[in-house]
Structures are given as structure tokens and as C-alpha cells.
Ligand binder design. Structure first.
Ligand SMILES: [Ca+2]
Ligand SMILES: [Ca+2]
Ligand SMILES: [Ca+2]
Ligand SMILES: [Ca+2]
Length: 214
């Protein structure tokens, strides 16, 4: 029975998957800053990107294929599903009792209810539905505008279009990405420049992460 619960939770996790970009927020920025000076040097930025490349290049041949990229995405999804499972498994015995499952489901329902109750009056009615509809529409519009605006400026990683990213392509893309972020071109991402990354990111996703990005 617990297997089925795991599956249900995994499916839920997949539905709410967000795409992972270079910076997932400040904890990520902290991880990049390996000498802890609050700044991100080009060397730190490169090291982080190389780590990511190596992780994607599962067979270590210096090329990242489409399959390798997809496999890593899948792995991330599974990790998230496991985390969700661990959270629901309150006595940590590795399986979900019916009670634990129901508790997780109730908690989720409660979260959803709070999310849907836009005006916070404890009731779910047409007002809330209308407000949510409006919000979603606004967010979709925002995202579309962002996509269009940035499609042209997008850094192309697979420069020769052969479906495979080699090390040279990877390095060129990393440098291009860094140079774009490093507004004053001093090869260091200052606190302000890092803030701009976070701002950009929240702009791309709309104000809040609603897990609706496909
Ligand atoms: Ca640093
Ligand atoms: Ca490979
Ligand atoms: Ca290529
Ligand atoms: Ca700078």
C-alpha cells in the first residue's frame, strides 16, 4: 500500500515541478560563494557551472547529450518526491501508514484552501475564484512577455546545433552568462549584481512560485 502512496506523492511532485535555473535563490548564491566573501568571483561562478556540467555528463566523456540532461531532470524530480515522502512519513519508518497519508493529504488540502481563499475571509466563494482567475491571467501574461523579450537575448549553449553540449560550448556559455550578470565588468558579482539576479528570477516566474510553469 505504501508503494501506491509513494507513487501518488511522486506524481504530485511532478505536477508541481518548477524548472531549475542557474540560481535557485540565495542558498544557491551562498553555495557558489566558496570563499565566503559575499561576492561571486568568475572562478567561483565557473567552478559551480563546471560542477553542474560534470554532474550532467553521466558517462564523463566531456559531452552532455539530451538524454543526460533529461536523466538529471528526472533524478531531481525523484529527489523532490522522496523529500515529500520523508516529510509525510512522520515516524520515519520508511513507509506511509494510512494515517500519515491522510495527514499529509489534509495538510495539502489546507494549504490549497489557504491559497484559494484569496481575500482571507475563511470562505471559498466566487470572489476568490474570480480573483484567482485574474491572478493567473496576469501571471501568464507576465511570463509570456518575459519569454518573448528574452528569447532573442537567450544565450545559446549548443552553438553548433548538434544536440550535444561539449566543454568548449559549455565554457563559452558560462562566460557569456557571467558577463551578462557582471554589469560593471570587474569580473566579480557584487551584492547589487547578485540582487539583480534574484529580481530577474522572480520576474520570470511571476511574483510567486505557483508551480504552474511547465
Ligand atoms: Ca566569493
Ligand atoms: Ca556524456
Ligand atoms: Ca554542440
Ligand atoms: Ca561586477
Amino acid at each position: 500500500m505504501s508503494k501506491l502512496f509513494t507513487q501518488i506523492l511522486a506524481t504530485t511532485a511532478i505536477v508541481s515541478t518548477l524548472s531549475v535555473s542557474a540560481f535557485a535563490g540565495s542558498p544557491m548564491l551562498k553555495r557558489v560563494d566558496s570563499n565566503n566573501d559575499g561576492l561571486i568571483q568568475l572562478s567561483e561562478f565557473k567552478a559551480q557551472a563546471d560542477q553542474k556540467f560534470a554532474k550532467m555528463d553521466a558517462d564523463g566523456n566531456g559531452l552532455v547529450t539530451k538524454e543526460e540532461r533529461q536523466a538529471l531532470k528526472k533524478q531531481k524530480r525523484e529527489t523532490r518526491a522522496l523529500k515529500k515522502f520523508a516529510k509525510a512519513d512522520s515516524n520515519s519508518d520508511g513507509s506511509l501508514s494510512e494515517e500519515e497519508f491522510m495527514a499529509a493529504r489534509a495538510a495539502r488540502a489546507e494549504r490549497m484552501k489557504q491559497k484559494r481563499d484569496v481575500n482571507g475571509d475563511g470562505q471559498l466563494n466566487q470572489d476568490d475564484r474570480d480573483a484567482r482567475k485574474k491572478m493567473r491571467k496576469k501571471m501568464r501574461k507576465k511570463r509570456k512577455a518575459y519569454k518573448e523579450k528574452h528569447a532573442a537575448k537567450r544565450i545559446k549553449v549548443d552553438a553548433n546545433d548538434d544536440g550535444v553540449v561539449d566543454i568548449a560550448e559549455h565554457q563559452a556559455a558560462v562566460l557569456a552568462r557571467f558577463e551578462r550578470l557582471d554589469k560593471n565588468a570587474d569580473r566579480v558579482l557584487s551584492a547589487d549584481e547578485q540582487k539583480a539576479i534574484k529580481r530577474k528570477r522572480s520576474k520570470r516566474h511571476g511574483k510567486k512560485h505557483h508551480g504552474m510553469r511547465q
